[in-house]
Design a protein around this ligand. Structure first.
Ligand SMILES: [Zn+2]
Length: 427
C-alpha cells in the first residue's frame, strides 16, 4: 500500500496508528487524518479497499460484495478539546437470498451518529452526575441527541432485565413537579437486589396492573411476590388486591410516622388559636428532639414545660415511633393496641382519628413487625429520585425523568461498548 522506495510514509504511519487506536480490523482502514487547529477539529476518513466483501447482516453468509455505499459521519470522543469526526462510506451488500442490506460498521450502533465509545462516555458522564444538558454543552451537541442515546441504552438494558427472582416489592409515589403530577415507582426490596423495577407516570389502581404486565414480560412471576410494601392510599390497596392477590401487604411505617406528624400539626393549628406562644413552632414539633437546631432547642426548653395539647400529641407521636422498632417483632401488635387505647383517651381528635385509621388497616400495619421490609431503603431510593428529579429539572418531560431513574436506580446492564469488535467484517 505504501510507496516502495520512499520508506515508511509518514501519513501511512499516522493512519495505521489511528487504525490501531480505534481497534479497527480488516477490511476497515484509516485512509486520511486531518487536523485543523483553526476549527478545532480532528477528522478521520475510514474506508475499505475496492473488492472487499462483507457478511450478510441477516444470514451471515460471507463474501458478499459491496453493492453501493452511503457517506456518513460519526461523532467520536474528543481528542482533548478537539471535536473528532469519523467519515466513512457505509456499504450495502447484495445477498443472493436477502437482497440489498446495509452492513453495520463496527464502531457505531445502527442509526446512531455517535461512535460506541462516545456513547459509553455519555453514559458515564450522566451516571457520574451530569445532566443531559450539561453533557450536551460539554461535547457541543444538542441535548435531544444525548437523550436519544440515554433512552436507547435504558430500553436496551430493560429488555434484558430479569425479574424472575423478585419476591418483595415496594411501591411508592413521588411528585415529579411541585405539588402535582405523580409518578409511581415499583422497587425490588430484597437486600442486595434493591433496584427500581418499573416507573409509571401515574398513580391509580391500574398502575399496579401496568407493573404486573411489565413484570411478567421480564420473567417475573406475580404469584411469587410474597410481600408488598406501600402506603395506605386506596388506589394502591385496590390495585394490589386486583393485580397481586397473593402478596401480603405491609403498610410502610414511615407513612404511619408521617400521618402521626400530620396529626400533631393539626392539634397545634387548632390550639394555636388559643395559645399564641405556639406561633412559629411548626417545625419544632415535626422534628425529633435530638434533631433540633440550637435555636429550636432553646424554643423547645421554653415550651416543653407548658401544659399544651400539642405537647401531649407530640408525646403520642414519639411513642408511636418507638412502637415501630425492629426489636418489637413479637410485642409490636400488643404495644400498638395499647397505643391506640392511649390515643383514644387523649381526647385529641386528630390522634383519635389516627388510631381509627390504624385499626382500620390493622393487618397491614402489624404485618410490618413480621416482614420488617426495609422502608429506610424506600426512603433512600426516594432521596435518589429527588436527586434524579433535580437533574432532570427543566425538561418537563416525564419520559426524561423516567429514563434518568432507570439509568441511576435500575441496576441495568447496559452492555457498555468497547472498541474491540468481536465481529470482523472480512471475507
Ligand atoms: Zn443473507
Amino acid at each position: 500500500m505504501y510507496r516502495r522506495g520512499v520508506g515508511w510514509d509518514k501519513s501511512m504511519q499516522m493512519n495505521e496508528l489511528f487504525r490501531v487506536a480505534l481497534g479497527l480490523d480488516a477490511p476497515w482502514q484509516v485512509t486520511k487524518v486531518e487536523f485543523s487547529e483553526s476549527d478545532g477539529k480532528l477528522q478521520l476518513w475510514l474506508d475499505f479497499p475496492a473488492g472487499s466483501t462483507f457478511p450478510c447482516p441477516v444470514c451471515a453468509k460471507s463474501g458478499c460484495g459491496a453493492y453501493d455505499t452511503e457517506e456518513r459521519t460519526w461523532r467520536h470522543l474528543n481528542f482533548f478539546q478537539h471535536q473528532t469526526l469519523l467519515h466513512a462510506r457505509q456499504p450495502r451488500i447484495q445477498c443472493p437470498e436477502h437482497g440489498v442490506k446495509t452492513v453495520e460498521v463496527p464502531w457505531a450502533r445502527p442509526g446512531s451518529g455517535f461512535t460506541l465509545l462516545m456513547e459509553a462516555f455519555i453514559l458515564l458522564l450522566v451516571q457520574g452526575g451530569m445532566t443531559a444538558a450539561q453533557v450536551g454543552r460539554l461535547i457541543g451537541e444538542h441535548d435531544t441527541r444525548i437523550w436519544r442515546v440515554l433512552q436507547h441504552y435504558v430500553q436496551d438494558g430493560r429488555r434484558r432485565a430479569d425479574f424472575s427472582d423478585v419476591s418483595l416489592v415496594g411501591m411508592d409515589e413521588t411528585s415529579r413537579a411541585r405539588g402535582h403530577s405523580y409518578i409511581t415507582l415499583f422497587m425490588d426490596l430484597m437486600p442486595g437486589h434493591r433496584r427500581v423495577l418499573f416507573v409509571c407516570p401515574e398513580r391509580d389502581a391500574q398502575t399496579v396492573g401496568f407493573f404486573r404486565e411489565d413484570f411478567v414480560q421480564h420473567g417475573g412471576d406475580p404469584d411469587a411476590i410474597r410481600r408488598v410494601c406501600m402506603d395506605m392510599s386506596p388506589a394502591f390497596m385496590k390495585g394490589a388486591a386486583e393485580h397481586l392477590p397473593h402478596a401480603q401487604i405491609t403498610f410502610d411505617p414511615f407513612h404511619v410516622a408521617k400521618l402521626a406528624g400530620e396529626a400533631v400539626d393539626a392539634v397545634r393549628r387548632e390550639e394555636q388559636k388559643r395559645r399564641p406562644e405556639l406561633k412559629g413552632t411548626r417545625y419544632l414539633w415535626l422534628k425529633n428532639e435530638w434533631n433540633h437546631t440550637e435555636k429550636q432547642a432553646e424554643q423547645w426548653a421554653a415550651i416543653k414545660g407548658c401544659r399544651l395539647e400539642t405537647g401531649r400529641a407530640w408525646l403520642l407521636k414519639s411513642a408511636l415511633q418507638d412502637v415501630f422498632l425492629p426489636e418489637n417483632r413479637v410485642d409490636g401488635p400488643a404495644l400498638l393496641t395499647k397505643w391506640c387505647a392511649w390515643a383514644q383517651r387523649s381526647r385529641l381528635v386528630p390522634m383519635l382519628e389516627l388510631a381509627r385509621t390504624l385499626r382500620r388497616h390493622w393487618t397491614g400495619v402489624v404485618n410490618w413487625f413480621d416482614s420488617q421490609i426495609s422502608n429506610g431503603v424506600l426512603e433512600a431510593i426516594n432521596g435518589l429520585v429527588q436527586a434524579a428529579k433535580r437533574r432532570a429539572r427543566g425538561y418537563r418531560n416525564v419520559n426524561h425523568l423516567i429514563t434518568m431513574i432507570y439509568l441511576l436506580l435500575g441496576k441495568l446492564d447496559f452492555h457498555l461498548p468497547t472498541l474491540s469488535p468481536a465481529v470482523t467484517h472480512t471475507k
